[in-house]
Ligand binder design. Structure first.
Ligand SMILES: Cc1cc2nc3c(=O)[nH]c(=O)nc-3n(C[C@H](O)[C@H](O)[C@H](O)COP(=O)(O)OP(=O)(O)OC[C@H]3O[C@@H](n4cnc5c(N)ncnc54)[C@H](O)[C@@H]3O)c2cc1C
Ligand SMILES: Cc1cc2nc3c(=O)[nH]c(=O)nc-3n(C[C@H](O)[C@H](O)[C@H](O)COP(=O)(O)O)c2cc1C
Length: 571
C-alpha cells in the first residue's frame, strides 16, 4: 500500500497520461521489478510481482491487411518491456524446421476468404496439417482475428490452435477469438500470457497479473448508419462495364486513406418472396436465428445467405430432407424447387443450417480531409453467365441499385498495410478498373494536405471513351500539378491488348529512378492476373534499368516490401 502522499503522485500521473504512456509505464515497472528493483533487503518480505522465467518467445503472424502484424508487433514490444526475449516473424518468412525446436510460440492469425488462412500463412497452415512430426516441447497460444459477420468466425485461428495441440503442443493459454475491434482483447489476452510466462506455465505458482491499465470491454465493431448522397454509373453507353461511384453521408466517420468499407448486402425481394411462398409461411411469422427473433421477411432479406449456398450447407440440407443431392453450390430457391422439403422437416431446422450473409469490402475512394462527413466507394457490378443466363453478384448489385436518400449500414475495415507515406515522399500508383478507388482517396488527401511528394498514376480499363473512370477529376489534378504523371492503358482500343504493366515497362527507366529515389509503389485491383503481371513487370524493370541479375532484382523488390514501399490492396 502506498502512503497517501505517494498515492496522490501516482493518481496525478495516471490522470495526466495517455493510454500509450500508461502502457509504457506498465511495461517499465514490470521490467524494473523483473530486474529485482524494489526487492526487499535480506529478511524483508518477498515481492509478488511477475518475473519472466522464459528464455525466448517466438511470435508469428499471418495477415492480409496488417492487423495481425500490428498485434504481433505490439505483443513483442510489451514482452520486451517485461524482459522477455521476443522474436516476431511473418509466417511466410518463418522457417518450418524451427517449429519442433520452439518452446514458446504465440500465433496471431486472421481468417480470410471463406474460413481460410491468409495467403502468407498458407505454407505454415498446410505444414501443421501434415502429420508425421511431434511438437512435444511446444507451449503455444493462438490469438485469432476475424469478423463475427462471417459464417466461419476465426476458423483459421481455430484450426491452428487445434492442430498444434494434435501435434503434441501444450496450450499455454486458451485461444482468443476476436472481432474487428480486437485492441482491448489483445491487451487483456497478452497480459494473461505475460502472467503465464512469468510463472513459466505453472499456474499453481502464478502470481497475480500486474495491471495498471484498466481493461476495457470490447464494444463490438462500430456500425455506421449512412445515407446515399450520390449513386452514379461512371461508364458511358456501350461499355461492357457498370462501375458505380457511390457517396455515403454519415456522422463522425473515422477512417484513413487505404481503408475499406464493409457492408452486408440485402437479398433481393425477387428471390426472398418466392421462397416465402414455397415454404408456405406468413412473411410476418417469427423465427429465432442465432439468439435473435425476426420476421420471416427480415430474416430472409437481411440475415441469411440464401443466394449461393456453400457446399457444406447443401450437404446439411440433404441430410435434413433425407435426399441424395450432389455436392454443389446452388441458391436456396433452386434447392427448394428441385429438392422440396418433406413433411417431417421442421422449418426452424432449415433456418438453423443456413449461414449469415457475409460482408463484402470496397476500397474507400474518398479522403476524410477532402470529403468531410462522407465516404465514397467505387463499385463494379459483378455480372456473370450461368447456364446461358446473366446473373449479378449479390452485393455489387445491391449497392448499384441504392437510390439517393436511401439508408445503408456499414463499417470501416482498417488496412494498416496500405497507408500513404510522409507528405514529402513520392508515390507511384497502379490501379486499373476499380483499383483506382484508393488512389482517388490518396490524391484527394494529398491535394488537401498540400503534400510536396510527387504522384504518378497508372490507370487502365477497356475503352477510353466509355471507361475512363474519374476522368475529369484526374485531368484537373494533372492541371493543378497534384498528379505529376498520368499514364493510361485502354486495352481494347487497338488490336493488341495494352495493359497498365505495358505502360509501366514503357516508362521503366523513370519508374526505376523514382523507386531508387525513395518512391513507394502501390498496386490495387484484381489479384489475378493484374497484380501478378504488374509484379513480373516490376522485376523486369529492375533487371533492365537497374542492370541487375534476377536474384538481385528479387532482392530489390523484397527490400521494397521490407521498407513498406511496395504495397498491395488486391482482391
Ligand atoms: C480488400 C477488398 C477491397 C475491395 N475493393 C473493391 C472495390 O473497390 N470495388 C469493387 O467493385 N470491388 C471491390 N472488392 C470486391 C468486393 O468485395 C466483392 O467481392 C465484389 O463486389 C463481388 O461481390 P458480390 O457480392 O457482388 O458478388 P458475389 O455474390 O459474392 O459473387 C462473387 C462470385 O461468385 C460467383 N457466384 C455468385 N453467385 C453465383 C451463382 N448464383 N451462380 C454461379 N456463380 C455465382 C460468381 O463467380 C461471382 O463473380 C474488394 C474486395 C476486397 C477483399
Ligand atoms: C475477403 C475477406 C474474407 C474474410 N473472411 C473471414 C472469415 O471467413 N472469417 C472471419 O472470422 N473473418 C473473416 N474476415 C475478417 C478478417 O479476418 C478481419 O478483418 C481481420 O481483422 C483481418 O486481419 P488481418 O489484417 O491481419 O488480415 C475476412 C476479411 C476479408 C477481407
Amino acid at each position: 500500500m502506498l502512503s497517501p502522499f505517494k498515492l496522490k503522485i501516482v493518481q496525478d500521473l495516471i490522470a495526466t497520461s495517455t493510454k500509450e504512456e500508461l502502457i509504457w509505464l506498465n511495461g517499465y515497472l514490470a521490467g524494473l521489478l523483473a530486474q529485482g528493483a524494489g526487492e526487499p533487503a535480506a529478511g524483508q518480505q518477498q515481492s509478488v510481482a511477475p518475473k519472466a522465467n522464459v528464455g525466448k518467445v517466438t511470435i508469428v503472424y499471418g495477415t492480409e491487411t496488417g492487423n495481425s502484424k500490428k498485434v504481433a508487433t505490439d505483443f513483442a514490444l510489451k514482452a520486451k518491456k517485461n524482459s522477455i526475449n521476443a522474436k516476431v516473424v511473418s509466417l511466410d518468412q518463418y522457417r518450418l524446421t524451427d517449429l519442433p525446436k520452439e518452446e514458446y510460440l504465440l500465433a496471431v492469425i486472421s481468417t480470410q476468404g471463406e474460413g481460410e488462412p491468409p495467403a502468407s500463412a498458407k505454407r505454415f497452415y498446410d505444414h501443421i496439417h501434415q502429420n508425421g512430426f511431434q511438437l512435444d516441447k511446444l507451449k503455444f497460444g493462438v490469438f485469432a482475428l476475424g469478423d463475427t459477420s462471417y459464417p466461419l468466425f476465426c476458423k483459421a485461428g481455430e484450426d491452428v490452435d487445434a492442430q498444434l495441440e494434435k501435434l503434441g503442443g501444450k496450450r499455454l493459454i486458451d485461444i482468443q477469438k476476436c472481432d474487428v475491434d480486437y485492441e482491448s482483447d489483445a491487451e487483456t489476452w497478452f497480459d494473461k500470457v505475460l502472467n503465464k510466462l512469468s510463472s513459466n506455465g505453472n499456474s499453481a505458482a502464478a502470481p497475480p497479473p500486474l495491471q495498471l491499465v484498466p481493461q476495457k470491454k470490447s464494444t463490438g465493431k462500430k456500425i455506421y448508419n449512412g445515407t446515399i448522397l450520390t449513386n452514379i454509373l461512371m461508364n458511358d453507353r456501350g461499355s461492357n462495364k457498370e462501375t458505380h461511384h457511390i457517396e455515403i453521408g454519415a456522422d463522425d466517420i473515422e477512417y484513413l486513406p487505404g481503408d475499406s468499407l464493409g457492408v452486408i448486402p440485402e437479398n433481393p425481394l425477387t428471390v426472398v418472396e418466392p421462397i416465402i411462398e414455397l415454404l408456405g409461411i406468413d412473411r410476418e411469422q417469427r423465427f429465432t436465428y442465432r439468439n435473435e427473433e425476426l420476421s420471416a421477411l427480415d430474416l430472409l432479406k437481411k440475415k441469411l445467405n440464401i443466394f449461393y449456398l456453400p457446399e457444406r450447407v447443401v450437404s446439411k440440407y440433404a441430410s435434413l430432407v433425407k435426399q441424395d443431392i450432389p455436392a454443389t453450390r446452388i441458391g436456396l430457391l433452386e434447392l427448394l424447387r428441385i429438392y422440396p422439403l418433406n413433411s417431417g422437416t421442421r422449418l426452424q431446422d432449415i433456418i438453423g443450417i443456413l449461414e449469415p450473409i457475409a460482408p463484402r469490402l470496397y476500397s474507400i475512394s474518398s479522403s476524410p480531409d477532402a470529403h468531410s462527413g462522407e465516404v465514397h466507394i467505387t463499385v463494379a457490378r459483378d455480372k456473370f453467365h450461368v447456364n446461358e443466363e446473366w446473373k449479378c453478384g449479390l452485393c455489387s448489385d445491391f449497392l448499384s441499385q441504392l437510390s439517393v436518400d436511401s439508408t445503408i449500414e456499414f463499417y470501416i475495415h482498417k488496412n494498416n498495410q496500405f497507408r500513404l507515406p510522409a507528405d514529402d515522399k513520392d508515390i507511384i500508383m497502379v490501379g486499373p478498373g476499380t483499383g483506382i478507388a484508393p488512389f482517388r482517396s490518396f490524391l484527394a488527401h494529398r491535394d488537401s494536405a498540400g503534400a510536396s511528394g510527387r504522384n504518378w498514376l497508372f490507370f487502365g480499363d477497356q475503352h477510353f471513351v466509355t471507361d475512363f473512370l474519374y476522368q475529369t477529376e484526374l485531368q484537373n489534378w494533372v492541371e493543378t500539378g497534384v498528379l505529376n504523371k498520368l499514364n493510361v492503358a485502354f486495352s481494347r482500343d487497338q488490336k493488341e491488348k495494352v495493359y497498365v504493366q505495358h505502360k509501366m515497362l514503357k516508362h521503366g527507366k523513370e519508374l526505376y529512378d523514382w523507386l531508387v529515389n525513395g518512391a513507394s509503389l502501390y498496386v490495387c485491383g484484381a489479384k489475378d492476373p493484374m497484380s501478378v503481371d504488374v509484379e513480373d513487370t516490376l522485376m523486369q524493370i529492375v533487371q533492365k534499368f537497374g542492370n541487375k541479375t534476377i536474384e538481385e532484382s528479387v532482392q530489390f523488390v523484397e527490400q521494397l516490401k521490407d521498407e513498406s514501399r511496395y504495397l498491395k490492396d488486391v482482391y
